[in-house]
Design a protein around this ligand. Structure first.
Ligand code: SF4
Length: 328
């Protein structure tokens, strides 16, 4: 249950679980924190380490400097690549500038990169379902640009052309809507009946689990509040999923103070969840905000318990071990 007390005002909150941090985000944020401790500030991070305003601001305050490209990093400095993954050319650029690169790409994104490389090596046409311009899609597509075509939603299915309809596979971004992706695949299969599926789900466990619990609570909610940033794909999807599943309204907020009282007017049940890059303190602040407006009855609805964790990047662990040995 939550840290907010209940008092039976008739207004209630359905709090989704699982919500918030996934294993990949936790690892990426810890990577920056440990790098700051080990090497000292500043540590450069290419792109937002995870798509969350609060996390980025907090790490900036600790000495992280976020840049868009490797050219902004002084030669020889340490740079961390974000959880969303990068194309191979980004490693090359880092090498050319003698940067010490630490790769915080989520292992589940790396898995999709490996699939892309393997199918490209076997000369497949690869249909990558994902959002145009998203960092993860740019990184995955960069593994085999000559073999990959982007399919951004069901309507894009009609635009693709392939060399051999017997040798086509679809892969996807990890943070898509599960239902919309199934729709896109169904549309693709109308044109390409022999289209192959990825060897295992590309949409990650965290994305699917957060969507699943939102689907459970949404039909009972007058409004669903999703804590997350606008550039967070999985957070934006949660609002869409809530609306599709029957919530009468859905809103994305970075912080509790962004909640408009008008959204709560006349509402009896408010659903609350958060994207995979959101620390739970922000959700707790939303619960306090709602409690101050009479929503004191909080029920946590759990549809899965997540226990997955990922170890820190090898290159960082190696240096941490060496530093620990030097102190002995
Ligand atoms: S949302 Fe999924 S793919 Fe993205 S960092 Fe989290 S676990 Fe990894």
């Amino acid at each position: 249950m939550t840290e907010v007390e209940t008092s039976g005002t008739g207004k209630r909150v359905l709090l989704a679980k699982p919500r918030g941090y996934c294993a990949g985000v936790d690892r990426a944020v810890q990577t920056v924190e440990e790098a700051l401790k080990l090497y000292g500030a500043p540590i450069y991070v290419r792109k937002q380490i995870v798509h969350n305003k609060h996390v980025v601001r907090t790490l900036e305050a600790q000495g992280a400097i976020f840049v868009e490209e490797n050219e902004e990093v002084p030669e020889g400095a340490t740079v961390i690549f974000s959880a969303h993954g990068v194309a191979p050319e980004v490693y090359e650029q880092a090498k050319a500038r003698s940067l010490k690169a630490i790769d915080a790409t989520c292992p589940l994104v790396t898995k999709v990169h490996q699939e892309a490389k393997r199918f490209a090596a076997e000369d497949y046409d690869i249909l990558l379902i994902g959002h145009e311009g998203h960092e993860e899609v740019i990184g995955t597509a960069g593994e085999a640009p000559a073999h990959i075509q982007l399919v951004d939603g069901p309507d894009d299915a009609d635009k693709i052309t392939v060399r051999d309809p017997n040798k086509v596979v679809w892969l996807s971004q990890t943070t898509l809507s599960v239902d919309e992706t199934l729709e896109t695949v169904a549309r693709l299969k109308q044109r390409l009946p022999l289209l192959q599926s990825p060897p295992s789900d590309d949409i990650c466990y965290a994305t699917s689990n957060r969507q699943h619990v939102v689907k459970e609570i949404a039909p009972d909610c007058d409004v669903v509040i999703v804590v997350g940033s606008r550039n967070s794909s999985n957070s934006v999807r949660l609002v869409e999923v809530a609306l599709d599943a029957g919530a009468r309204a859905g809103h994305l907020v970075d912080f509790a103070h962004e909640i408009d009282d008008a959204w709560l007017a006349g509402a009896g049940t408010v659903g609350v969840t958060s994207g995979a890059s959101v620390p739970d303190e922000l959700v707790q602040q939303v619960l306090v905000h709602l409690a101050e407006r009479g929503f004191t009855d909080v029920e946590e609805i759990t549809t899965a318990n997540e226990r997955l964790t990922f170890s820190l990047p090898q290159e960082l662990k190696r240096d941490m071990k060496a530093a620990a040995a030097a102190r002995r």
